[in-house]
Design a protein around this ligand. Structure first.
Ligand code: GLN
Length: 580
């Protein structure tokens, strides 16, 4: 692992002067109750370029270690200065994933929740914005005792502090750290330095470094080239990080020759250089890594005692791995194929709808169906470049996902109308729930100018609105209603049956507007059933049309809760109905 072991004197010194920043170069605020060396860390860096699937790789590796019986807590260290991902454009950065505690974070957290079947919290996600805010707040309070505040040791100290807090709060056996961005980016330099310090302080065999790199295969040459990977890893070495394991992304299986070259130039034994080539589904990656025995290598590097029955559970590992492989088998060995239409703005970017696609895969695997996606260009429908009928002619169902603002709204409403009138399965998610209410109000209840005040603030029938009396509750009004909330389900409805006859479920929300209670009696009189609502307030959360083959809308985002081995019930129902 190439890191110095700190002698016991230094360790002692570190403990006693941890927060006395003016007397020492060691500034590492060690949380109360934390013992250096008590937790194992695995750190994943990306080199050469972004977009290699670092999150999927990290989650897959963490999954294998979790299957072994280890308690894993993942964390992503994000390079941007935003405090969270809430204000980021999903078409640029991928979807905004919402945690139960309301944290709006990077889509990789979604990957972690799905792979590890965990509910994460804001302590599993940090950004430079969060780190610097903490430091600047402390500085204003005179917390640095007359010292100039520096990247080293204060910023790096704060990063390590957060990791150790996570170790304490999660009681995990291992913290899996994903460093955002690519080695060489200015914004993650201090994260990398903090990892070097972490390894130094935690001591030998407690921190494992993994570098994910990329092997080029230019068409003009027809062979794999390792130089870019070598240079990327060299960059990491320059910063004092000797990787223990190297994973090589590539279009095709990485050849032995290339692996040997990378091994030789980076001091990493050949058995710890692994090919992570393109595969049909991201869920195949754990299997790929297991075949390469990378999980065993991690245990060896971190000196886990294989006989430690408290931590490792080989019997359970076999069962867990089998269950995972069965899920993967379901994805690959389908009996039926269907196409589901999804409306979206810049629909070419799959990342902006990552959780929806994952939820369809989970349901598909369970039902042995391959669910293909057709992106519906609602703006082309609006501008009459195409018709709804034409766009939806070959789909078995349609999803209108979450969204904000005016763009494409009339096209979405046209799709809802088509689905409702033609008995085509419909699933409206958040904005799609609101679109279903607007369409129904216009075309069934006769409120011709019904709309949301998000689009037309002065329309007559404000069926979707921010209501002054609701503004005070639960962040509606100026703020978004964010995170996990309870939904009360009405007995005897289809939603009640779908959710296993439960009267209360918990789902994740991210919205500002809601159904205007003034219109609920009219909507209900005309046949819309609100089968889920807020337990206390008059906030509608699930709608259904009982006579329709499958017509549902939800104010929440069920896709955030779908897991490979536990598909979200509403998605399962939707796909089932699409198959009929
Ligand atoms: N724009 C709508 C609102 O703010 C829906 C939000 C969403 O779809 N996430 O209520």
């Amino acid at each position: 692992m190439g890191v110095a072991i700190m002698d016991s004197d230094t360790q002692e010194l570190l403990k006693t002067i941890a927060t006395k920043t003016d007397e020492t170069e060691f500034y590492t605020p060690i949380p109360k109750g934390y013992k250096l060396g008590q937790t194992k860390f695995i750190v994943i860096f990306g080199t050469v370029m972004s977009g290699l699937g670092k999150g999927i790789f990290s989650a897959s590796l963490a999954k294998l270690l979790q299957m072994k019986g280890l308690k894993i807590a993942p964390i992503k260290l994000e390079g941007y200065l935003n405090i969270d991902s809430g204000t980021l454009n999903p078409y640029r950065h991928g979807e905004v994933f919402v945690l139960d505690d309301g944290m709006e974070c990077d889509m990789d957290l979604g990957t972690y929740e799905r792979f590890l079947d965990l509910n994460l919290t804001k302590s599993n996600f940090t950004t430079n914005g969060q780190i610097f805010t903490k430091i600047l707040e402390r500085e204003r309070k005179g917390g640095y005792l007359g010292r100039d505040v520096q990247f080293i040791p204060h910023v790096t100290g704060e990063i390590k502090n957060q990791l150790r807090h996570l170790a304490l709060s999660s009681q995990a056996d291992m913290i899996a750290i994903e460093i955002g961005g690519t080695v060489g980016d200015i914004e993650n330099q201090h994260y990398i330095e903090a990892m070097r310090e972490l390894a130094y302080e935690e001591g030998k065999y407690n921190v494992c470094f993994v570098a994910l790199s990329y092997v080029l295969e230019p068409k003009s040459l027809g062979e794999q080239k390792s130089k870019a990977a070598q240079l990327g890893i060299k960059k990491l070495l320059e910063q004092g990080i000797q990787p223990d394991i190297i994973a090589l992304r590539a279009a095709n299986k990485v050849t032995d020759k290339v692996k040997e070259k990378v091994s030789m130039f980076s001091n990493v034994p050949l058995s710890r250089v692994v090919s992570m080539h393109d595969v049909d589904s991201v869920y195949l990656i754990p299997g790929l890594l297991k075949e390469a025995k990378i999980d065993e290598q991690v245990l060896e590097i971190l000196h886990f005692d294989k006989n430690d029955k408290k931590k490792l559970n080989p019997k359970n590992e076999a069962v867990e791995f089998k269950r995972w492989q069965e899920f993967v088998f379901g994805i690959k060995n389908y009996k039926q194929q269907i196409t589901v239409g999804i409306t979206g703005k810049y629909t070419s970017l799959r990342d902006s709808y990552a959780s929806i696609i994952a939820a369809l895969e989970h349901a598909g695997s369970r039902l042995k169906a391959d669910v293909k996606i057709k992106w519906i260009d609602v703006e082309a429908i609006e501008t009459k470049k195409t018709t709804v009928k034409e766009e939806l002619k070959d789909v078995s169902g349609i999803i209108v996902p979450g969204g904000f603002g005016k763009r494409g709204v009339e096209g979405k409403i046209a799709c809802v109308k088509f689905a409702r009138e033609n008995n085509l399965p419909y699933l409206g998610l958040c904005y799609g729930f609101q679109m279903a209410v607007i369409e129904f109000a216009r075309n069934v209840c006769g409120l011709k100018d019904a709309n949301t005040t998000e689009v037309t603030p002065d329309c007559k029938a404000k069926v979707i609105d921010i209501l002054p009396e609701q503004k005070k509750i639960e962040g509606l009004g100026g703020n978004m209603r964010l995170g996990g909330r309870e939904v009360e389900i009405r007995k005897g409805t289809r939603a009640f049956a779908i959710y296993g006859n439960k009267t209360k479920i918990r789902e994740r929300f991210r919205h500002r507007y809601e159904v205007n209670p003034e219109f609920i009696p009219l909507l209900e009189k005309n046949g819309m059933v609100f089968s889920g609502k807020h337990p206390q307030y008059n906030i509608m959360q699930i709608l259904e049309l009982p006579k329709h083959k499958s017509f549902f809308g939800v104010q929440y985002h069920p896709e955030f809760l779908s897991r490979p081995l536990a598909p979200e019930p509403l998605y399962l129902e939707f796909v089932k109905n699409c198959l009929k």
